[in-house]
Design a protein around this ligand. Sequence first.
Ligand code: ACO
Length: 328
Amino acid sequence: MTRPISEVASTGRFLPDRVLTNEDWTRMVDTTEQWIVERTGIHERRVASSCTSVCDMGVAAAEQALERAGVGAGDVDLLLVSTATPDRLLPSTACDIQARLGANKAAAMDISAACTGYLYILALAEGYIASGMGEVVLVVSTEKMTSIMDWEDRSTAVLFGDGAGASVIRRATGDRGILANDIRSDGKLADLLQRPGGGALRPFDDSVLADRSHLLLMEGREVFKNAVRAMSRSSRLAIRQAGWTADEVDLLIPHQANIRIIEATARYARVPMEKVYVNVHRYGNISSATVPVALDEALEQGRIGPGSNVLLVAFGAGLTWGATALRV
Ligand code: ACO
């Protein structure tokens, strides 16, 4: 059996209180509840208030994870944040979270891997611990997708929500921990999902504002096809690398973007839907926060416990994708 290097010692989450339902969307754009539910599986999503920052949500999730692990903020060696929606472009949201937590000895940085962010920061945490550079890594995925979506574009706006998830990653002491990681990218497909305006290539000006190119643009159907292909391939690879068969997966936790993507991924990974965690109906797509929020809920609900084999799989802009096999 593979011996893990690092383990997910604890998890935490934060979801804003405000609920935005499909019925609410029918009053804002030309859509129907039936279209949204049939095409996406989403019933409602959470929306952060204008005074709730990406940092606020990340701090709330991180404090919960630290407390549950019995780890003080001062013990954190490295703080990794995944976000597609940093509060400001410079400096990193990780540095804001580091300051608020008082993680005084931690190095802090943001990682941009869109919806795959949590799997990327897990893999980096594992590598950091394996290298001997440190023992405790705090990983935080925090997203305010409602701040970057085009509220007038019915084909993207109804998909997204806000929230945060966090985990404390520590050196493994037994057979619990991360058994396999497969993280990938294909930048040739970057244009399928992007925010082209407002960066260094096209600095923010009136023309960006006029063509709304600072907001999320997506070719949904192409993203869909690539998501299914990439997530099922990575799932099978991580299962094999962990030395499992598909039958030995106790719970599959996929990125929660669309119920049809989740069902197709599970089918190709040969994991029955009874063993798949789904909360896309309650939160929609919270980008990189979907997987850690779902992991935290699954642990809280007792769907998984010590010794369970859990497969995390995600996909996002970049394109990026990956899978992590984990014994919790
Ligand atoms: N309400 C009603 N009709 C709509 C809506 C809506 N909210 N949105 C689109 N439509 C219409 C379209 O205009 C189109 O109409 P037409 O046939 O007259 O042109 C029709 O519905 C079908 O549109 P499609 O885009 O082909 O619908 P599809 O079945 O592909 O579903 C969806 C669209 C839900 C976006 C799907 O493609 C999808 O989920 N793609 C993946 C998206 C995703 O996962 N993105 C996140 C990646 S993660 C990240 O990094 C952020």
